[in-house]
Write a protein that binds this ligand. Structure first.
Ligand SMILES: [Zn+2]
Length: 302
């Protein structure tokens, strides 16, 4: 027994330095706090177990409507790095405010993405749902990779290697989505969902979006439901002979169900929009949520 314990102790001592952090540091790895579940997944793909990654939002939570919890400031105050989506995805910029209140550094993941415009207060604003094109997702990943390298330059090669593998996976995902969407007849490529989360997806993969609710589920200008948008959505369904429309995991499905009844179409399934799936589900990662969304869309519309 004693020999076994001694062997274990020697093994532990030998292993610790090879992990790159001293034994004490293992207990307090650098902490990254992200606003959304997608961003937390991108961060985990880049840092592996080298850093601790948290998401303020849980699976299924709506970033537009999110109300800060008492524990959020405490969590953000432990962060060595905060990651937000940006372009006002986080309603009233709650993540930016949390980082400012606690004096923690913040990186905006949409920086460098090509924006699509949506109606704003006085002028058009940038649609925040940029992660829905794989090209933009790759920009998020590069921004995260650069930020963690700055935070921990000693392990830069490791972060570059993980990011390179993940960027390859995003390219493969992108090509696969193009092939899958090509199974839907061209004139039937209309994607009807609750709110304007899929503009980037539709632009990247050749679908026409139609939604009764604008770019946010909140009450920002240009957002929310309008009778005109609701009317246009039903017209769009009839005009294109759309077979099915979709509810979103992070949005109340009541309105889409009403529209489906009114327009005489079925619900094609539930799509991950502003949030990924719960741990243990097929949509618990970005690759998984995109894959499951595309399978649901193609099965319902082809
Ligand atoms: Zn949204």
């Amino acid at each position: 027994m004693l020999i076994r314990l001694t062997a274990l102790a020697i093994l532990a001592v030998t292993l610790m330095p090879s992990l790159g952090w001293a034994a004490d540091d293992l207990a307090r790895r650098p902490v990254i706090v992200c606003s959304t579940t997608q961003i937390a997944d991108f961060a985990r793909q880049v840092v592996g177990d080298r850093m601790e990654v948290h998401s303020v939002l849980a699976a299924g939570q709506d970033p537009h409507l999110y109300e800060k919890k008492p524990g959020d400031a405490q969590l953000v105050s432990t962060a060595d790095l905060c990651l937000e989506n940006g372009w006002h995805l986080e309603g009233n910029d709650w993540m930016r405010k949390l980082a400012e209140q606690t004096g923690r550094p913040l990186v905006t993941c949409v920086d460098g993405c090509n924006p699509l415009e949506v109606p704003g207060v006085d002028q058009a604003m940038d649609d925040p749902h940029a992660w829905f094109s794989c090209t933009n997702a790759a920009t998020y990943v590069r921004n995260i990779r650069n930020a963690v390298i700055e935070l921990d330059p000693e392990h830069a090669n490791e972060y570059r290697s993980r990011a390179a593998l993940y960027l390859d996976q995003l390219r493969a995902l992108n090509n696969w989505i193009v092939r899958e969407i090509s199974k839907i007849p061209v004139e039937e490529r209309v994607l009807v969902t609750s709110h304007d989360a899929f503009n980037y997806f539709c632009q990247a993969y050749g679908l026409k979006p139609a939604t009764p609710v604008g770019w946010s589920t909140g009450n920002e200008v240009g957002a929310g439901i309008s009778p005109q948008r609701r009317h246009d959505t039903i017209e769009s369904i009839r005009e294109h002979g759309v077979k099915a429309i979709f509810v979103e995991t992070s949005v109340n499905p009541t309105m889409v169900r009403q529209i489906a009844r009114e327009a005489g179409v079925r619900i094609g399934g539930e799509l991950y929009s502003d949030s990924m799936g719960a741990p243990g589900t097929a949509g618990e990662t970005y690759l998984g949520m995109m894959r499951e969304n595309v399978i649901t869309i193609v099965e319902a519309l082809k």
